[in-house]
Design a protein around this ligand. Sequence first.
Ligand SMILES: Nc1ncnc2c1ncn2[C@@H]1O[C@H](COP(=O)(O)OP(=O)(O)OP(=O)(O)O)[C@@H](O)[C@H]1O
Ligand SMILES: [Mg+2]
Length: 325
Amino acid sequence: MPDDLSIDNIAGIGPVTKQKLHDGGILNIMDLATRNISDIADLIGGDSEKASDFITKARSYLMEKGVLSKDFMSATELYKIRKSIERISTGARNLDGLFEGGIETGAITEFYGEFGSGKTQICHTMSVVVQMPKDKGGLDGSTIYIDTENTFRPERIAQIAENRGLDPLKVMERIIVARAYNSSHQELLLKAIGKYIENEGVRLVIVDSVTSHYRSDFPGRGTLAERQQRLNGFMHQLLRTAEMYNIAVVVTNQVQSSPDSFFGDPTKPVGGHVVAHMSTYRVYLRKSGKARVARMVDSPYMAEREVVFIVSEKGIEDAPEDKKK
Ligand SMILES: Nc1ncnc2c1ncn2[C@@H]1O[C@H](COP(=O)(O)OP(=O)(O)OP(=O)(O)O)[C@@H](O)[C@H]1O
Ligand SMILES: [Mg+2]
């Protein structure tokens, strides 16, 4: 991270504008570069041309400092960047295999599936595993856990930590939980995470679930367009945050359950193409007796295949018959 991320480095931002941005939670260039034009325009009095100019300058500044990749680059450069991607184990070796070793930093990974399919269990397990050293599948990092359904349980974290040989109290210390009470609040929380990411050594951001509030805040066909637009804004900002800080982002999503749903198919994830396009990896989860089956969907370079895992006192892990192999 470059030392000087002060807004003062952006030409055209004087003390008054700086104060306005500051009041809106834009504390440095990273914050500026992750926001939407309309967010910034709202803060500085509605001038979206100016807002766009500031964001472009912030991005250029970060490109010069090597934080952001350039707009145009050779495949060799891109290959080098991809090699700098780090991975976090999901806690189950088989599931890691879908991602060639674990979920990637700099990307959004989406887990979707019906109730009880293990989405929240994966989130709990990963917020423990990410704290482990690199040779044990972690990144020695902390987690920000945005909980929209009130299903985060510290007791479960303690259980997983203990069963993985870690000190539960220390592990809980490094998971920062934020309860989102509606979709607007969920958006506000995302805007505020920049300073935690830097100060607390965060390497994983979880949003469990990313769509539920949008679904209940914007019910029915009449509000579908607005719902998709807001969700799009949220996903965009998540992706920019993942790229800029080189952190992993995990989101969960439900499947359509009502027969009169807009998209028809009851095994389709909520949010339609908006969530699909922003997620780099999408994994579909389903129950199969006691086991859980995961399938990578629409991967940019990995073939579609299925793996099995179980939910246990360790969070999630390989099925016993797979561990013997
Ligand atoms: N301590 C535990 N030990 C073993 N299995 C557990 C434990 N805790 C939860 N489970 C299993 O995990 C399941 C719940 O999975 P999870 O909460 O991840 O579902 P989900 O996909 O997040 O569902 P929803 O869509 O309702 O949020 C339970 O049905 C139970 O079978
Ligand atoms: Mg859940």
